[in-house]
Design a protein around this ligand. Structure first.
Ligand code: ATP
Ligand code: MG
Length: 548
């Protein structure tokens, strides 16, 4: 196929113009649409109206010199580079040199002009200027990509990165909308950023089904073919509806791949989608390349933000653990000293004067030793438990449990230790069959709650325990008539080492509720309390019947 180029001859000599025209129309490779001007002024006017691929410019024109016109053309035509071949007279090397210095592609001496010389010069000038234009375009594209990438990567906050990316890419590609779609581990996914704020209201449906046909369809342009099989296997069932939502097929889609800890296979994080619906759009190869390159930059930014978030989370966790350990040391030294002093005092009294004591008195001292040693041992158990929970080292092993039997045994065990002042009442209703739970963890929860109910009712009273079975969950209430908890203390009591301000001399380390809460969470359940000072406390625990 022969290319057709627009060529302008600016020469005041009509006969010369005719010769050039004839020569050029004989060119076997290129075809030309030839325009003519007989002076600088009309040449300039034509150039302003029509884009000319090449200008044959006579060095001597009636209204100004060819060189002056060349300068003026460069000043007034900015939208595309001007390709000029200067026509000089014999012996006008000086003019030729100056023209070349000003950026002319070539010069030809009029007197020696032959058809093949002119044709070759024009063809070469066109090719050269084409290459230059391509180079310029590439450089400009690289510059735009670099500036956009810089803006995207300026932040380390994921939300900000994604929002900047969609806006920048939209401006760069001049399309209607740019979206970032993120896959989730369950093969679902959602739109996490859109350059159009009202996107949420445009489509309320974020769940994606039905996409495969559309993606395979011809109108849908995948920027990177490599990603397709991978996408199909992962979250693609989701991705399908995305197109439905756009109500357009003019989408350009590229994958956002994160490098996978040195693994060769990248991890498909999501998709970068440029969307155009206002008119039919044929995406150009360089636009696909731009989107691909920006998706790589976006992936780097996402990875950096994720790394930062992980490091920050690890730092917070490390700080919490540190604070927690200091608290353990402080508590151990404080809570151990008092019972230890009592044990030491009772033991040395028995050693020194035991033989003079009657049996009752000896039993009393031994009783003190036993009771204090027990409370120290409980403290150690609680600390170890809470430490394991904090470090996520507790194993959760649910088994099918007969809840009624479990609570009967538990309440009986508690009844043996409780004083006459307390009455333990157990009620149950509903269906609590098919319950799965971890026996050890459930014991931790309810022993702590029942012992609190008893401990914080020093005047005695009833402690009511209700078990209510629902369809998919089981609810437990433990209600006492004790000292209650001040409103301001209630929220923080589930944190380790927190105690109510009204405990007075009632012993405790503030670990029971924290342990209970962690055990409830391992069962994917909830724990909450309501209390009125002086009136009593009600703790509610709800556990799903099938926690896995
Ligand atoms: P321990 O580690 O021995 O259980 P503790 O009972 O002080 O010590 P938690 O069981 O975590 O620790 O309870 C935290 C605090 O919540 C208690 O110190 C108490 O102030 C308050 N509390 C818990 N249950 C009750 C309740 N039934 N009535 C009144 N206050 C309660
Ligand atoms: Mg307690």
């Amino acid at each position: 196929m022969v290319d057709t180029w627009t060529l302008l001859i600016i020469d005041d000599c009509a006969a010369d113009r005719k010769i050039y025209r004839r020569y050029l129309l004989q060119d076997p490779y290129y075809s030309y649409q030839i325009l003519e001007a007989d002076c600088a002024e009309s040449g300039l006017a034509l150039c302003q109206k029509i884009h000319c691929d090449v200008i044959l410019l006579d060095f001597c024109l009636p209204d100004m010199s060819g060189l002056e016109l060349f300068d003026q053309l460069k000043q007034e035509i900015f939208d595309s580079p001007i390709t000029v071949i200067m026509l000089t007279g014999r012996g006008d090397e000086e003019v030729a040199v100056q023209a070349m210095k000003r950026g002319a592609q070539d010069y030809l001496v009029k007197q020696y002009l032959k058809p093949d010389v002119l044709q070759l010069a024009v063809r070469n000038a066109i090719k050269q200027s084409h290459l230059q234009a391509q180079l310029y375009k590439n450089r400009e594209r690289q510059r735009l990509i670099a500036t956009t990438a810089l803006r995207i990567r300026q932040s380390l906050d994921l939300e900000e990165i994604l929002n900047t990316a969609v806006v920048e890419v939209q401006q760069l590609l001049k399309c209607d909308r740019v979206l970032v779609y993120q896959f989730s581990p369950d093969n679902g996914g959602k739109t996490v950023a859109s350059s159009m704020e009202s996107w949420e209201t445009v489509s309320s449906c974020h769940h994606i089904e039905n996409l495969c046909h559309e993606v395979r369809g011809e109108n849908h342009h995948w920027g990177c073919k490599l990603a397709i099989p991978q996408v199909y296997e992962t979250g693609l069932s989701n991705y399908l509806d995305l197109l439905e939502q756009f109500k357009t097929k003019d989408n350009l889609v590229v994958p956002i791949n994160l490098s996978n800890n040195g693994n060769q296979e990248d991890q498909l994080w999501g998709l970068l989608i440029a969307h155009h619906s206002t008119q039919q759009r044929k995406w150009q190869a360089d636009e696909v390349e731009i989107l691909n390159e920006l998706s790589v930059q976006l992936a780097i930014a996402i990875q950096q933000a994720e790394l930062l978030a992980q490091t920050q989370a690890a730092l917070v966790k490390a700080k919490q653990l540190n604070a927690f350990k200091s608290q353990i040391v402080a508590t151990v030294s404080h809570e151990y000293r008092t019972p230890l002093t009592s044990i030491l005092a009772a033991a040395s009294t028995l050693l020194k004067h035991g033989q003079q004591f009657d049996e009752f008195k000896q039993q009393r001292f031994l009783g003190i030793i036993e009771q204090k040693a027990r409370s120290m041992s409980k403290l150690v158990d609680n600390m170890l438990m809470v430490n394991r929970l904090e470090l996520d080292k507790t194993k959760f092993k649910p088994i099918p449990l007969d809840l009624l039997q479990f609570f009967h045994d538990l309440i009986e065990q508690e009844r043996e230790t409780v004083s006459d002042r307390h009455e333990l009442i157990f009620n149950s209703s509903g269906n609590y069959q098919n319950f799965w739970g971890d026996r050890g963890l459930l014991q931790q929860i309810f022993v702590n709650l029942i012992s609190n109910a008893i401990k914080y009712s020093p005047q005695g009273g009833s402690v009511e325990f209700y078990l209510i079975g629902k369809e998919s969950e089981v609810i437990f209430y433990i209600k006492d008539e004790g000292i209650g908890i001040p409103m301001t203390d209630q929220e923080k009591l589930f944190q380790a080492f927190s105690r109510g301000s009204n405990v007075d001399t009632i012993p405790g380390t503030g670990l029971g509720l924290a342990i209970a809460k962690s055990c409830v969470e391992l069962h994917k359940g909830n724990i909450s309390l309501s209390s009125q000072i002086g009136q009593g406390t009600k703790v509610t625990v709800s556990l799903p019947k099938q926690p896995l």
